[in-house]
Design a protein around this ligand. Structure first.
Ligand SMILES: Nc1ncnc2c1ncn2[C@@H]1O[C@H](COP(=O)(O)OP(=O)(O)O)[C@@H](O)[C@H]1O
Ligand SMILES: [Mg+2]
Length: 256
């Protein structure tokens, strides 16, 4: 579904990302974990057609990302939820479909808001919602768009840990129901393990050595996450979970 080859991205004076080869299958949930500044957002933006690669190619279902994006086959959820403050939750959810020239389907939007735990808040404005609730609206909006691929960039980054865990369970429930292909970026190792079928570890050489600052991020390790589905909060206490978190942490700190 997503195919990237020999991808690198350099900004004016920063090499952000290098040597990325990546394949994500249809319906797969792939997580990308790494320290801040290692190029995770750059990778996601490049897959999404928001950033031109410096070398290499990316395709989404065989097409350039720009094509997939303009056909509303890509949905984005960012840390900064970017809801329209003057519109209600439902109107925010239908907005992207409207923009894409699709039937806005407000009834479907209300259903999705119920599924994401916002029963009773459908007509509330963003200012009346908590951070977690706003992020639920943003997720419902991306799912409602009907995109095949969801690209999520630290969507729970600003939430407290408990809400974060709940949102993780929620996102897995939605994913089971809708079977999107997901690329989910996070700097939290437990989150990456809990959510993913597969976890990619991104790091730059300089991460362990500030003096070497400026080297690009690369995919340094990749793990199949060996946890059965469906997963819920009970997973967090399991030994297998702890072992996989330790493995990913090890890769982040340069052990192999
Ligand atoms: N638009 C930009 N212009 C110049 N440098 C950028 C830009 N976006 C990101 N960078 C730099 O590229 C590197 C990777 O950034 P980013 O992809 O945001 O990493 P992450 O999401 O992992 O924190 C960082 O050094 C960052 O400062
Ligand atoms: Mg980022």
């Amino acid at each position: 579904m997503i195919h990237a080859e020999n991808l690198s991205v350099s900004y004016d004076d920063v090499d952000a990302l290098a040597d990325v080869d990546l394949d994500v299958d249809e319906g797969e949930f792939v997580t990308v974990v790494g320290p801040s500044g290692c190029g995770k957002t750059t990778l996601l933006r490049t897959i999404g057609g928001l950033q031109e690669p410096t070398t290499g190619t990316v395709t989404v279902d065989g097409d350039p990302p720009e094509v997939a994006q303009s056909a509303a086959r890509l949905g984005f959820v960012f840390q900064d939820h970017t809801l329209l403050p003057w519109k209600s939750a439902v109107e925010n959810v239908t907005f992207l479909r409207r923009m894409a020239g699709k039937d806005p389907d407000p009834a479907g939007a209300r259903d999705l808001l119920t599924t994401t735990g916002l029963d009773g808040f459908e007509d509330a404005r963003p200012s009346e919602l908590s951070g977690g609730m706003k992020q639920r609206v943003a997720i419902a909006r991306a799912v409602h768009l009907g995109a095949d691929v969801l690209l999520m960039d630290e969507p729970f980054g600003e939430l407290d840990e408990i809400t974060r865990d709940e949102m993780g369970v929620e996102i897995l429930r939605l994913w089971r129901k809708n079977r999107k292909t997901v690329v989910f970026v996070t700097h939290s190792v437990p989150e990456a393990v809990f959510l993913g079928d597969r976890c990619l570890v991104v790091a730059a050489d300089g991460d362990a050595d500030p003096a070497a600052n400026g080297s690009p991020g690369r995919i340094v390790a990749e793990f199949d996450i060996d946890l059965s589905r469906p997963r819920d909060e009970s997973v967090f206490g399991s030994e297998t979970f702890g072992a996989q978190v330790a493995r990913v942490r090890g890769a982040l700190h340069g052990d192999t």
